[in-house]
Write a new protein. Structure first.
Length: 356
């Protein structure tokens, strides 16, 4: 079967790329990431809301566009290509999850840019540590770590022992420094009023959307670092000719192409499987996230290496992609977790096939 995006989906891709190029090219994205307190622009956020991006996958009754995982992957890929600053993925997932929980008015406020809600899902920094959040008597207590852009959030969607809860701000925060300074992570300590939205089924839906979005962002990083490498090696000369003419570097760029194309096939296959409700969706999703994240890291490193000394300088933006790739590798489904998930899904499919 040959899969390709539709004409409408291609228009979405083109419009998203044009919007980012016009409103937030890499130079602007870097200034926001490196110099602003929030890490993103309120003006850009308002324009995303106006154009319908914040409610991309929420239903029309919740103020959204009613699109699916494939469209989310298309937009997220473009966000990854540009290192677009801000909590876009978390917010668009939150709007959809709140709609599924029957909170259409809250989802509509998110889609309109009136409310910022992000996901708080990680319990501890290291395995074996104590942590996590508890829901009881209309309150959430405990803590979450590596909550993205928590300082900008009005509410948080928090995974608890009872299920998924919508927690009211303001929040007690401690900033957490990582290699990726563009993503404003924080530890959040809770003793806040909250509403329990649903059980683990709702958590799983949030995880699915966040995972496919992260995989698509990794694909964007994988593709753009390939393009940057090809462009640079065509211009950079050594021994009187472009370094792209050297076969050893051609082999390495061919490997970069294979990683990018493999990631593209897996990501859009997984997105289509989610939209179609296919039984192998879990297998595809785990495989796509693990492969795309690893490929983004590998291509970013190759891009940096083939830029030579320039690649290690702050002025060049290669390091921005390497840092983003590292974040995507660990969040919304770390690579080891995704590989384990894919293996378990494959075993279940094999058992069902044998039994059927």
């Amino acid at each position: 079967m040959r899969f390709d995006i539709s004409e409408d989906q291609q228009l979405l891709r083109d419009a998203t790329r044009d919007f980012i190029a016009g409103e937030c090219p890499m130079e602007a994205a870097r200034r926001l990431a490196e110099e602003s307190d929030e890490g993103y622009s309120a003006d850009h956020w308002a324009k995303l809301a106006e154009l319908g991006y914040l409610g991309l996958v929420a239903g029309e009754q919740a103020g959204g566009q009613g699109m699916g995982a494939v469209e989310l992957a298309i937009v997220a890929e473009e966000m990854g290509r540009a290192c677009f600053p801000g909590p876009y993925l978390d917010v668009v997932v939150a709007a959809r999850v709140l709609e599924l929980a029957g909170r259409d008015s809250v989802a509509a406020d998110i889609a309109a840019g009136k409310l910022t809600v992000v996901l708080a899902t990680r319990d501890t920094v290291w395995p074996g540590e104590s942590g996590g959040a508890t829901f009881a008597d209309g309150r959430v207590t405990g803590s979450k770590v590596f909550v993205p852009f928590a300082a900008s959030a009005d509410k948080l969607l928090v995974t608890t022992d009872e299920g998924l809860a919508l927690v009211d701000g303001p929040f007690q925060l401690d900033a957490m420094t990582t290699m990726d300074e563009a993503t404003r992570f924080a530890r959040v300590n809770f003793d806040n009023t909250a509403e329990l939205l649903g059980d683990n089924a709702l958590v799983e839906k949030a995880n699915e959307l966040a995972t496919i979005g992260s995989a698509a962002m990794a694909l964007g990083v994988c593709q753009v670092t390939l393009e940057m490498t090809v462009e640079y090696t065509r211009e950079r000369e050594a021994f009187g000719r472009p370094i792209a003419a050297f076969q050893a570097l051609q082999h390495r760029m061919a490997d970069m192409l294979l990683r990018a194309e493999g990631s593209r096939s897996l990501v859009y296959r997984a997105a289509w499987a989610l939209d179609a409700g296919q039984s192998e969706a879990a297998l595809m999703l785990g495989s796509a996230k693990a492969w795309a994240a690893e490929s983004a890291l590998a291509n970013s490193r190759e891009c940096l290496q083939m830029h030579g000394g320039n690649g290690f300088t702050w002025e060049y933006s290669v390091h921005r992609y390497l840092k983003l790739a590292g974040t995507l590798d660990q969040f919304n489904g770390a690579r080891d977790e995704m590989l384990e998930s894919a293996l378990l899904a494959a075993e279940e499919l094999a058992s069902e096939t044998a039994a059927g």
